[in-house]
Write a protein that binds this ligand. Structure first.
Ligand code: NAI
Length: 462
């Protein structure tokens, strides 16, 4: 039995970042992980592998659609699926080994196995019980399923199975037009699958800026994705190598079916806290299984904290990372803080979609007077040169003070561009501050500046 200042349960972006920050602050730290590799869902079966497949399939798309226009002649590459999966696995391995190296460098003990909390101050891993002055639950989330659907990760898959399908499906049905459905749907559409997305609501990516939603759906349709909107999936019948999806159209309750080689269920995720022994411990969770936390990520039991997907808030790796750092600082007696108003959300399709802060709908609901500065990538020279003119930057600013309240982007590198707006918001900047900042030419970032100018007297290039 060993004794620690902090034991973090789970080594995803929330947990491993928390452990490193604890160690940096001089706390004796261990991290419990039952998988064979560190990094949690994000590195092993989520963010990182999906980005590898998005990158590879985007390269193919570029070769097929844009190469000849630039005078790059020749046959388009063919896809060696096994090799593409091996590339993805190599990317995972480099990243997970990187975390292992960081643990060694920071003298963090990796307690291998699945952890539970038999009593406050104790963490059990296998047959060993370790003492911990502080425990951080960072156990993440798992895919949630629909009633009437059995996941086999072969024909009916979650994002996990979608990252290692035995072959590229001829016909893929995606249930749910959220982040996972659209990222993985894009991958397979680019690789040649016929992709149909069935969505319960009448718009894609719920909660996102309405104008972005419309533009995004138009672009995805152009890329070959088919959408069946306002349709509730009732069940999936898995046959040996195929599946039949049944759904009901909400407008008239009419029932329909659709055959597929593969069905991806992407209808959300739920907190994963199985096996921790929370009920026996008396640790409070919500009816949706989220660990209840008060200020500073404290649970109802002193010395036990929780962060990331296991608690309320957006299920995003970077939100978990920020909470991981902040909780470490709190435990070390500092003032850990997360600004939940400035957490960007990104969808890594092509073009990318990114947003931060309030949407127009949020501001309307709040009755807040705001102004909108919008600039199309069609007016951006760099974007035009790179076949990336589709999309726009939209900045929302307070009508009176000009303070930036939110931003919504769809376009090239939107997931990177959003961060100058995040920094501006973090500093309480006005749109004019962005507009007066010199931006290098020719860059995509100029579109951000132009949108900021559009909040004032108007952009230059439109
Ligand atoms: P999501 O919540 O983003 O989208 C689920 C979609 O499924 C919704 O549009 C919902 O209306 C629809 N739906 C639910 N039940 C349905 C039914 N019976 N029939 C048809 N449609 C139905 O969930 P998703 O895409 O599974 O992602 C899970 C979590 O993972 C999210 O919190 C997301 O933020 C996170 N994630 C983030 C990524 C990123 O930041 N790039 C990438 C992947 C996941």
């Amino acid at each position: 039995m060993a004794s620690y200042d902090v034991i973090v349960i789970g080594s995803g972006p929330g947990g491993y970042v928390c452990a490193i920050r604890c160690a940096q602050l001089g706390l004796k730290t261990a991290c419990v992980e039952g998988r064979d590799t560190l990094g949690g869902t994000c590195l092993n079966i989520g963010c990182i592998p999906s980005k590898a497949l998005l990158h590879a399939s985007h390269m193919l798309h570029e070769a097929e659609h844009n190469f000849t226009s630039m005078g790059l002649m020749g046959k388009s590459p063919s896809v060696d699926w096994k090799k593409m999966l091996a590339y993805k696995d190599d990317v995972i391995s480099q990243n997970t080994k990187g975390i292992e190296f960081l643990f060694k460098k920071n003298k963090i003990d990796w307690l291998k196995g699945w952890g539970s909390i038999p009593e406050p101050g104790k963490v059990k891993v296998g047959d060993d019980v370790h003492e911990a002055k502080n425990i951080v639950i960072a156990t993440g989330s798992e895919s949630s399923n629909l009633p009437g659907v059995t996941i086999d990760e072969q024909v009916v898959v979650t994002s996990t199975g979608a990252l290692e399908l035995p072959k590229i499906p001829k016909k893929l049905v995606v249930i749910g037009a959220g982040v996972i459905g659209l990222e993985m749907g894009s991958v397979y559409a680019r690789l040649g699958s016929e992709v149909t997305v069935i969505e319960y609501l009448d718009q894609i990516t719920p909660g996102m800026d309405a104008e972005v939603q419309k533009t995004f759906q138009r672009i995805l349709k152009k890329q070959g994705l088919t959408f069946i909107m306002s349709a509730a999936v009732q069940g999936v019948e898995a046959l040996k190598t195929k599946a039949k999806v049944s759904y009901k159209l909400r407008k008239d309750d009419s029932e329909h079916t659709m055959d597929a080689d593969t069905v991806l269920v992407a209808t959300g995720r739920r907190p994963y806290t199985d096996g921790l022994g929370l009920a026996e411990l008396g640790l409070e969770v919500t009816d949706r299984g989220m660990v209840k936390t008060e200020d500073h990520w404290k649970t109802n039991i002193p010395g036990i904290y929780a962060i990331g997907d296991a608690i309320a808030g957006p299920m995003l790796a970077h939100k978990a990372e920020d909470e991981g750092m902040a909780v470490a600082e709190t435990i070390a007696g500092q003032k850990g803080h997360v600004n939940y108003g400035v957490i960007p959300g990104v969808i890594y399709t092509h073009p990318e979609v990114a947003s931060v802060g309030a949407t127009e709908q949020d501001l309307k609901d709040q009755g807040r007077a705001y102004k909108t500065g919008k600039f199309s990538f069609m007016g951006n020279g760099r974007a035009k040169a790179n076949f990336a003119g589709d999309g726009f930057v939209k900045i929302l600013a307070d009508a009176e003070t000009d303070r930036i309240l939110g931003a919504h982007l769809i376009g090239p590198m939107a997931g990177d561009l959003i961060h100058e707006i995040c920094v501006a918001m973090e500093f309480g900047a006005a749109a004019e501050d962005l507009a007066r900042t010199c931006h290098a030419h020719p860059t995509y970032s100029e579109a951000v500046r132009e949108a900021a100018l559009a909040c004032g007297d108007g952009p230059i290039h439109s």
